[in-house]
Design a protein around this ligand. Structure first.
Ligand code: NDP
Length: 398
């Protein structure tokens, strides 16, 4: 059906490549490119069957990207490098006339801040060029956004209260590690909390709001309100929402490490001078922490991510919980990556498939909840991320 260029050979890129390679009728040619070509070669060799071609690219540089895209001529570029590369890759897509998909919104390197504004500003240019940009097609954002669209379409007449709940009940056996890129992960979880209520954003201290929530097949876990990027697009696209929050579970051990890392300045993003060299503390920290792709082999347990929603149906109040549980061990057995990479890579593959078959193809820049949720929900069940619904249950949300 089409040719894809995947950029980024980390945990998520590995899963995307595996999943696409298994669908030759959809993804006829696949090129995996990243900063370190040897990582692409290792992934391609593990998948085998000459399904994956590889290349080196520094995605911070538009001319390099333009050369690569121009020579391979894909139908779609799937960006699973880092959020820092979103804009350069979008620029290169515009220059070469190719559509775009990613899983995380743009962040500038020198400021721990993420918002959609930078990418939404590309709307007119993608529209004029007749190209599609699909933003946030991982699990959260991604599946959680589509779950919300599905609930708005089929379950409620009006959705009013949204709580996205993200639990990783896995144990990788390391004293401290992050499940995806440490730099991005630590920037995300150490920032102030933020949620939407009655038409405005409420800012909290980091991890200020927390309580135990009960997750299916897992049990109770302490859960913390943090800011997560899909809230920004969901409150815009579902204006009936009175309140929208994002909760993530953290263990005490993880939080203690995080506090120490922050207190001693290792989470800093400004360069410091060390023995005559400029180093960025958080980048140095990343170099000494376990790489996310190394966590898989001993990872036990499950993730459970979903949406708890309250609203109105047939003039009555209604509650609804939709979620997926994903086993780290099963994800590792299939792709060599743990569940956090798996739950991100599978939706990216599905989004790419729906673009290629025309179901999610329209000129402009879109968050995933703006597309028809039906084919995406169907494909989740077919490709390793089945979902479950609970109606009229206690949501533990005030
Ligand atoms: P990793 O750090 O494991 O992988 C990132 C890859 O991108 C690495 O191979 C890295 O290369 C490559 N890369 C970095 N900079 C460049 C560059 N300038 N040019 C080319 N390649 C580059 O991250 P993950 O796989 O864990 O995450 C990938 C993306 O997925 C991130 O944007 C993350 O935020 C997002 N994500 C989204 C989630 C969701 O649910 N929506 C959840 C988890 C992650 P090298 O190997 O040389 O360093």
């Amino acid at each position: 059906m089409g040719k894809v260029l995947i950029i980024g050979a980390g945990g998520v890129g590995t899963v995307v490549a595996h999943k696409m390679a298994g669908l030759p009728e959809v993804f006829t040619e696949i090129l995996l490119a990243s900063r370190t070509k040897s990582k692409c070669d290792t992934i391609a060799a593990r998948i085998g069957g000459n399904r994956i071609q590889t290349a080196q690219v520094d995605a911070d540089h538009v001319p390099e990207l333009v050369n690569l895209i121009g020579s391979f001529k894909p139908d779609l570029v799937v960006n699973v490098a880092l959020p820092y590369q979103d804009l350069t890759i979008m620029d290169a897509c515009l220059e070469t006339g190719v559509s775009y998909l990613d899983t995380a919104n743009y962040e500038p390197k020198d400021e721990a801040k993420f918002e959609y504004k930078w990418q939404w500003d590309y709307q007119q240019r993608f529209k004029d060029a007749g190209l599609t940009a699909i933003l946030g097609c991982g699990f959260d954002p991604g599946v959680t956004s589509v779950f919300t669209a599905w609930a708005a379409k089929y379950v409620f007449d009006e959705i009013q209260y949204l709580d996205i709940v993200d639990c990783n009940a896995g144990d990788h056996g390391k004293p401290f590690a992050t499940n995806f890129n440490p730099e991005i992960n630590i920037r995300e979880v150490t920032q102030k909390g933020k949620y939407w209520e009655n038409g405005q954003w409420i800012i909290t201290e980091p991890h200020e709001i927390h309580k135990p929530l009960t997750y299916p097949h897992i049990g109770e876990r302490e859960s913390y309100v943090i800011y997560h990027e899909e809230l920004e697009s969901l409150v815009k696209n579902f204006p009936t929402l009175k309140k929208a929050r994002f909760w993530m579970t953290f263990g005490q051990e993880y939080l203690t490490h995080l506090r120490v890392i922050q207190n001693i300045g290792m989470a800093g993003i400004k360069p410091i001078l060390y023995e005559g060299h400029e180093i960025v503390p958080i980048q140095f920290l990343k170099a000494v922490l376990p790489a996310p792709e190394e966590l898989g082999s001993n990872y036990k347990g499950e993730t459970s991510i979903g949406c708890r929603i309250k609203g109105i149906r047939d003039r009555k109040k209604k509650t609804y919980y939709i979620y997926n549980n994903c086993s780290h061990e099963a994800a590792y057995a299939e792709t060599g990556m743990q569940a956090v990479s798996y739950t991100t890579g599978v939706p990216a593959m599905i989004g790419a498939m729906l673009f290629l078959n025309g179901e999610w193809k329209s000129p402009g820049v879109f968050n995933v909840e703006e597309f028809n949720p039906d084919p995406f929900m169907e494909q989740l069940n077919l490709h390793g991320l089945p979902w479950w619904e609970l109606h009229d249950v206690l949501l533990e949300m005030d």
